[in-house]
Design a binder for this molecule. Structure first.
Ligand SMILES: [Zn+2]
Length: 423
């Protein structure tokens, strides 16, 4: 007896070519697609612009013992190059690539173009990266380039402006000026947006992908359940990751109070419920005259303008949507909340969380007093304060070498410490 076709009900229908293509297309986040396209076009422009299209033997160079005769010419499309050719040309590319203005790219950008691993490699045509990165020569070329760029101080020059959190005083001011609250449709929209960032740690771009079903409002809580956010695409690398669920408890059961977020979320969701049903959005355009919303989602640019506009109206320093996520992390951090719990709120999985944890002066003082020598014995005068909170380990090295204790020398077991105060 043949078992053929016997369990056909168990398996799914084979996918057509078009369906397969669509699935692959959908699996890549749009920002990655954009960067891939960009990296490929930069590589293409470089291919065209480079006058020497054939490999040249450079006696002292990385490729002095390389099978140069096997390397394809630069006119070959990147997707047709074999690993040997890619190794050669990508090495040249990282050492020659520059911005339209002729300036060098920061090391991180170059690294992102050719490396980064997996989907983060923006030149990963047919997964060439997986092959190429194993080549020592390419790694050496990239390493040299990055070290050189770092020496030029590019990493410092290109450091993004620091994202500051929104202080309690600023938040209070927003309420007092009715920029937050439920007096108008606009202020209600601001409120829901502001607290989505602060309570649930949502980043700028994540707001646009929210839908009404992400939220549940109970009698005393607002619950947010993630579907697909920046850190969660639901792909292979996310299998171990459980989507974020955050329950914000606003007040004890049965109590009422001013500025109640449960009341405001309830009002907002109630007002947009019917228009939001067949729209893939959460934020809708506020009516100017009435406490109503139009059946038109607020676009990403308008959403990103909400906080900067509130700051402007309140006469405060400009803050961007990302500051709300920072506010979420740093408020919890300063309140002494365990890191694990902060991670749960913000959805950060890596050490990138530390960037957002801006310690307050009190916290820094507290930590210092734990580690420093006893106060009674030494009188320390601090002349300059440095905020080390946002430094990465590589930055920390710079700080160590630039710090006041610049060099020490040890001789004949008697220790001489040479202290230089650099001003
Ligand atoms: Zn409440």
């Amino acid at each position: 007896m043949s078992a053929e076709g016997a369990s056909s009900e168990r398996f799914r229908e084979p996918k057509t070519f078009c369906e397969e293509e669509e699935l692959v297309e959908k699996a890549v986040p749009s920002s990655t697609k954009y960067k891939n396209k960009w990296a490929l076009s930069v590589f293409g422009e470089w291919q065209l612009a480079r006058t020497i299209k054939v490999p040249v033997l450079d006696p002292g160079g990385f490729f002095k013992d390389y099978d140069l005769h096997k390397v394809a010419t630069l006119s070959t499309g990147i997707e047709e190059m074999d690993a040997l050719s890619l190794n050669y040309w990508l090495s040249k590319f990282v050492m020659e690539v520059a911005k339209k203005t002729g300036e060098r790219y920061p090391a991180k950008t170059i690294y992102g173009m050719v490396c980064g691993g997996g989907e983060k490699c923006h030149l990963s045509y047919n997964n060439v990266y997986c092959v190429v990165y194993r080549f020592t020569l390419f790694r050496q070329a990239l390493d040299t380039e990055i070290k050189d760029a770092t020496r030029e101080g590019l990493h410092v020059k290109n450091k993004k402006e620091e994202k500051e959190s929104v202080t309690e005083e600023e938040e209070e001011l927003f309420w007092n000026l009715n920029l937050l609250g439920m007096s108008t449709a606009k202020s209600l929209l601001n409120t829901v947006y502001f607290y989505n960032g602060k309570l649930f740690g949502l980043r700028g771009g994540e707001h646009r992908s929210l839908v009404l079903t992400n939220f549940e409002v109970g009698s005393n809580f607002v619950k947010f359940e993630e579907n697909s956010c920046k850190t969660f695409h639901g792909g292979l690398t996310d299998l171990k990751y459980i989507p974020k669920v955050v329950k914000h408890i606003c007040h004890p059961l049965g109590e009422t109070h001013e500025r109640c977020l449960v009341e405001m979320y309830k009002l907002y969701i109630g007002l947009v419920q019917t228009i939001g049903k067949d729209c893939n959005a959460f934020y809708f355009r506020p009516s100017k005259s009435k406490l109503r919303f139009e059946k038109a989602p607020v676009g990403i640019n308008k959403l990103n303008d909400i906080l900067p506009e509130m700051c402007k109206a309140a006469g405060l320093k400009r803050k961007t949507s990302h500051c709300l996520c920072v506010t979420c992390a740093s408020s919890l951090f300063n309140a002494g909340v365990e890191e694990k719990l902060i991670r749960e709120r913000t959805g950060h999985r890596s050490d990138s969380l530390f960037k957002y944890e801006k310690p307050s002066k009190e916290k820094i003082t507290e930590v210092s007093s734990v580690l420093g020598p006893s106060r009674s014995a030494t009188e320390v005068k601090i002349s300059e304060e440095k905020d080390l909170s946002c430094l990465t380990s590589s930055d920390a090295q710079d700080v160590v070498s630039a710090g006041p204790l610049n060099s020490c020398s040890f001789a004949n077991c008697s220790v001489k410490i040479k202290v230089q105060y650099l001003q």
